[in-house]
Design a protein around this ligand. Structure first.
Ligand code: DGT
Ligand code: CA
Ligand code: CA
Ligand code: ZN
Length: 576
């Protein structure tokens, strides 16, 4: 079992216990354990094999350690199986509706006998839900919206989660001796923020061996279809994986075809046709006068494009947005890569809701090869995250000043703050305090349901504050969970330009905000993007790569991203 599977089972158990009215202490214990395990670097299965003491992990006591050992050895979590005898598994779908949660779901179950999504939807439509104590017309609306989001979330997986599966799958399949080549294709290869299913392509001297091995992948729940060259499975998580085995002379053509997007491929085929050629998943073919088709190329993807006088397009570009215009003008942008980033200007420490200290974040950032970071804990308004008031913030900055003296000057720690933009407008901390920061982020966390005019004005107000440098996660969306708030982005863009400010591409895999399309729009208007991780623990700094993928999808180059420059140059861009 992977750490993620173990964490998910504890999370599910916590949800069901809460639904069942168990004491909140127990519920929290399972949730904390799930979080610890989720963020753990070492596989628990290995730790168990080595007989290591699991109680040394944060939040894991004797009881949980025993349960983990049982899970690793048998695949079972008896406590979960017991409670599922009492509560139908279909309620899990209800618990996962954004904005509902186990407590309210329990009321719906008790008062209206609701056990699944269909019954819940029906009850909302018939307005039976709003009659319940603690529910209202607004809750009913939220639930209906949530049902839609939950249904869509069921269909699409975060890229970051799919990536874990892809890496495991590749490692698993590569043990097949007959495999000569294997590559992921589809939306995964294009780096889309969510993916519908995983597509793998391989070349092998023995396709049956590959498929047998594929079927043995530990996460496989069922084989959906198996033919001579194609096989599809469904994993425990519901995610589907398609595997194709293709001839070596077709590998490049198949990779091109199955990477897509469909829209990109439609254009490729029509360009081929104009040249008297035909492209499909088997290769590029010349169409002779008598109608015969002669194979031209197909083993390598670059050859397929070259045969059509096209450049090799990085997969992230293949959406039929700008790429064919770029090709026509003879110049594709040279897309940003992760090693271009010099700094990370959004992260939390245990002063607010982060898990690590300043020193630990600095060490992790240096190990990653960064030159500078800003410590940006939350401001006081975010009381749930232990946000800092002026006094605590000034103390933290004093500590940073002291800390700076202890490290070599090849690394810079900036005094920053993620300052909330208040519901009524204005910043959460006084200007006299913000004036002492090196770097001020403005963020909307509250009042996200306000009308467009109000939210837009709040953000513009922040951009006009002389101390604010950047707006974090400018649309507030959480992928598969919460739609963007109503904001007039064009007005925000204009205010960013007028005030020489930056906009963020927040790299957290559930945010990716600004998204790829908005990054492209910002670039077009000359607004510099800052790619930040918003790390809440040292491992979070590794999230930068998810942001890089979206930046590449938006066509951003090194020059379009401000934190590829030195801090001194960034300050110049801010007009300082
Ligand atoms: P997804 O899985 O929904 O996130 O998106 P994709 O792009 O991975 O789509 P998928 O898995 O249905 O197919 C993979 C690629 O195969 C797709 O990007 C383009 C190619 N493809 C699949 N079906 C067709 C088709 O009917 N026509 C064309 N031109 N290409 C197709
Ligand atoms: Ca796919
Ligand atoms: Ca597919
Ligand atoms: Zn943050």
């Amino acid at each position: 079992m992977t750490n993620e599977q173990i964490a998910n089972r504890f999370e599910t158990l916590a949800d069901l216990l809460e639904f069942d009215g168990a004491n909140s202490f127990r519920v929290r214990a399972y949730r904390n354990a799930a979080r610890t395990i989720h963020d753990l670097g070492d596989p628990l299965s290995t730790m168990v094999d080595q007989g290591r003491d699991l109680t040394e992990l944060d939040g894991i006591g004797d009881d949980l350690a025993k349960k983990i050992v049982v899970m690793v050895n048998t695949g079972h979590l008896p406590a979960l199986e017991d409670i599922l005898k009492k509560i139908p598994a279909t309620v899990l779908a209800i618990l996962r509706i954004p904005g509902l949660g186990p407590k309210k779901a329990a009321v719906l179950h008790k008062e209206l006998g609701i056990n699944d999504l269909d019954q819940l939807k029906q009850a909302c439509v018939e307005h039976r839900v709003k009659e319940l104590k603690g529910f209202g017309a607004k809750t009913e609306e939220t639930i209906l919206k949530g049902i839609k989001i939950a249904a869509a979330a069921d269909e699409r997986t975060y890229w970051s989660k799919a990536d874990l599966v892809v890496q495991d799958l590749l490692a698993h399949l590569k043990t097949c001796k007959s495999i000569e080549r294997i590559e992921p294709a589809g939306s995964y290869r294009r780096g889309k923020e969510t993916i519908g299913d995983i597509d793998l392509l391989s070349v092998s001297t023995d396709s049956q061996e590959v498929m047998d091995r594929f079927a043995e992948f530990p996460l496989v729940e069922e084989t959906i279809a198996r033919g001579d060259t194609k096989m599809s499975v469904r994993l425990e998580t519901g995610l589907q994986v398609d595997l194709r085995v293709v001839p070596a002379e077709s590998f490049g053509a198949a990779l091109q075809y199955f990477t897509g997007s469909k829209e990109h491929n439609v254009r490729v085929r029509s360009i081929a046709k104009q040249k008297g050629l035909k492209v499909n998943e088997w290769g590029v073919f010349r169409v002779e006068e008598n109608g015969d088709e002669t194979y031209v190329v197909g083993a390598e993807e670059a050859d397929v494009y070259a045969a059509l006088d096209l450049p090799w397009f990085p997969p992230e570009m293949r959406e039929d947005r700008e790429e064919f215009r770029w090709a026509e003008s003879g110049k594709l942008p040279e897309l940003i890569v992760e090693s271009d980033l010099q700094g990370d200007l959004h992260m939390h420490t245990h002063a607010s809701d982060g898990a690590n200290s300043l020193e630990e974040m600095v060490a992790a950032a240096r190990a990653k090869g960064l030159k500078y970071i800003a410590i940006t804990d939350h401001s006081q308004r975010v009381s749930m995250a232990n946000g800092l008031d002026s006094e605590r913030l000034l103390e933290q900055w004093k500590m940073i000043d002291e800390f700076r003296k202890t490290i070599d000057d090849d690394f810079l720690v900036l005094k920053g703050i993620e300052c909330d933009i208040l519901e009524q407008g204005g910043m959460d901390l006084p200007d006299e305090v913000l004036a002492q920061a090196d770097w001020v982020i403005g963020s909307v966390h509250y009042g996200q349901n306000q009308p467009k005019r109000q939210i837009t004005d709040r953000i513009i107000g922040a951009l006009e504050n002389r101390y604010v440098c950047m707006i974090a996660h400018p649309t507030g969306r959480l992928i598969n969970n919460r739609p963007p708030y109503e904001v007039d982005l064009e007005e925000v863009f204009q205010a960013a330009i007028a005030n020489k400010k930056f906009l963020e591409l927040n790299a957290a895999p559930k945010r990716l905000d600004l998204n790829d399309v908005y990054c492209a729009a910002a670039k077009q208007r000359g607004i510099p993007i800052v790619i930040n991780t918003d790390a809440h623990r040292t491992e979070g700094l590794l999230q930068a790569r998810y942001g890089i993928l979206q930046a590449r999808r938006g066509g951003l180059t090194k020059a379009d991203v401000a934190n590829t420059r030195s801090w001194a140059e960034m300050q110049k861009m801010l007009g300082r």
